[in-house]
Write a protein that binds this ligand. Structure first.
Ligand code: HEM
Length: 207
């Protein structure tokens, strides 16, 4: 019972703040980029066209939205300091000798913000995840969930949640920044995950 309790707690902690903060960032980035916002609504109008609930079966038809979520995850860089590891034996990587028992903290942002992979990395540009026909590109370097044996256990769930919340939120509501904060900050508050500062929005039902 104690173990079950710990597992539930771990999943709650690892899965709640991460997903909700990413959603918050995606909303902020989209609202600060009106041309992206317009394309999100255009895709919804063209591919959905009413206020029905969007489900995972709509995912293959909503490439621009998927690209926008990918770009939000890339730019938000939610867990800049990944979980630390210890080397199990002496090793050499890229000419550097690393002794056994060295604590290593991989930084995901070195990949997510690499200008050779993602040109102008600090720009919010969902189109970098689309090919010339508007199909979603598989970009291996998009690694917000890390990689390897201990990569995020909740990736599938998180990706599903992000898609469902994002797509349904924008489909149901016309969302705008509130007049009180037309230019909200994109500064990051550093905690376990990177948090956006609070901002207000106005939401109107679309249908
Ligand atoms: C946008 C949402 C999320 C992001 C960006 C994220 C990211 C990460 C990252 C970077 C790691 C560390 C991987 C490593 O050590 O190399 C991790 C681990 C983990 N995540 Fe997530 N995560 C998210 C959502 C979730 C959800 C929804 C759950 C479960 C309900 C979850 C459960 C876990 C668990 C259990 C681990 C530890 C895995 C292990 O050590 O074997 N995460 N996550």
């Amino acid at each position: 019972m104690e173990q079950l309790d710990s597992v539930c707690f771990d999943l709650w902690v690892a899965g709640m703040e991460t997903t909700s903060n990413t959603l918050y960032w995606s909303l902020l980035y989209v609202l600060l980029n009106p041309e992206v916002c317009q394309k999100v609504y255009e895709e919804l109008d063209m591919k959905i066209g009413n206020d029905r609930i969007i489900t995972t079966s709509d995912r293959p038809n909503l490439n621009y939205i998927m690209a926008t979520i990918n770009e939000s995850q890339r730019l938000a860089n939610l867990l800049p300091m990944n979980i630390s590891r210890t080397t199990a034996c002496d090793m050499e990587i890229g000419g550097y000798r690393i002794p056994k028992d060295t604590v290593i903290t991989p930084q995901i942002c070195t990949v997510l913000y690499d200008p050779e992979i993602f040109p102008e990395p600090y720009e919010f540009r969902p189109s970098r995840f689309l090919d010339s026909l508007g199909n979603l590109k598989k970009v291996e370097e998009l690694v917000p969930f890390s990689i390897g044996k201990r990569q995020c256990l909740g990736e599938g769930l998180a990706r599903m949640e992000l898609f469902l919340f994002f797509a349904n939120l924008f489909n149901k509501f016309d969302i705008k920044l509130h007049a009180d904060n037309l230019n909200p900050s994109i500064e990051k508050e550093c905690g376990v995950t990177m948090k956006a500062e609070n901002f207000r929005v106005v939401m109107k039902e679309r249908y």
